[in-house]
Design a protein around this ligand. Sequence first.
Ligand code: PMP
Length: 407
Amino acid sequence: RGAFDVERVRAEFPILARPVRGKPLAYLDSAATAQKPRAVIDAVRRYYEEDNANVHRGVHLLSERATRLYDGARVKVARFLGASDPHEVVFVRGTTEAVNLVAQTFGRQRVGPGDEILVTELEHHSNIVPWQLLCQEKGATLRAAPVSDAGDLDVEALDRMIGPRTRLVAVAHVSNALGTVNPVAEIVARAHAKGVPVLVDGAQAVPHLAVDLPALGADFYAFSGHKLYGPTGIGVLWGRKALLDALPPWQGGGDMILSVSFEKTTFNAVPHRFEAGTPNIAGAVGLAAAIDWLSAVGLEAAAAHEDALIAHALDALREVPGIRLIGTPRRRAGVISFLPGDVHPHDAGTILDRHGVAVRAGHHCAQPLMRRMGVAATVRASFAAYSTRADVDALVRGLHAVREVFA
Ligand code: PMP
């Protein structure tokens, strides 16, 4: 493994070589979904060409092979997160499904009238709405810890909000809208001091931070494969074994049972209890390939590259007249949010697109956070291992064009 070489990394992403609107593509929307390296695309194709069968049932060779690949992906994910037991890894569709799974098993079991779920003001809707639905069903209350004008979580305030009725703290590791990195280990320590478990939404963290679950101490950790250079439709819920073992099943169906009669069904052990039906085998294979790919590139080297690029982009954006950064967190990963003068973010995004620059414009599925920051929407540029200074230059050129159009 040599030094980090972004051009070598880029060469592994077929889509990045394809022009968009006749322009070279500056893909600055990796927080929405990352592009896929050839290693991932090939792994999925190879799986379908050479190994495809259903898992956990067949007596034949291909089924054995598919099962070995699927279970192997689980082991790989566990290692990637620093978890010792692969049985703590539940394959789901993505972060959204992981949070809903916890809300509908842990939540249904442990939350009652008058209880509280504590989230924060910087959550993605997928770490708000499932809890709101649960609270409505149970007569419980959803509360949100505040963030500062800079977009940092107020950990002292969060601590004060953890009370005797708090059943769970659910917090993002990294904000998808501002890039804020939350001090998860500290939040977990404070919640645990009061006996309250913590769920971490790691969707925006896993591509940029080396996650070490024992060091974080969280009880549940969720992420999506597609933001980690893997396929869509596969994600992970990690949970502490003792906690998962004590939870009731979620969806019913094949594979999650030990025995079924019309009188009574007994349920399979964790994680199979939570994986009803035929899983996304090819997705798990692709996710394993993505983890291997990122490990070979070096997650920390990629993150250092991204951090340097983000520092450069912040400097460059400050030079563009009228640009107002939204969120200046103490620690940032992956994302820059800004307002393009008085131009509506959607209009700016449309003009940037004409220049081959792909950004996201909108509320980023974080409407409460937008409200807190006093804006309706922002333009978001987000970065990955394959992002370059040329991408930032294209963004800055595009923003000058936006100014000209609206001058
Ligand atoms: N949480 C955060 C912080 C996210 O950025 C996202 C994706 N935008 C999600 C949750 C939801 O992930 P998915 O759509 O893959 O389920």
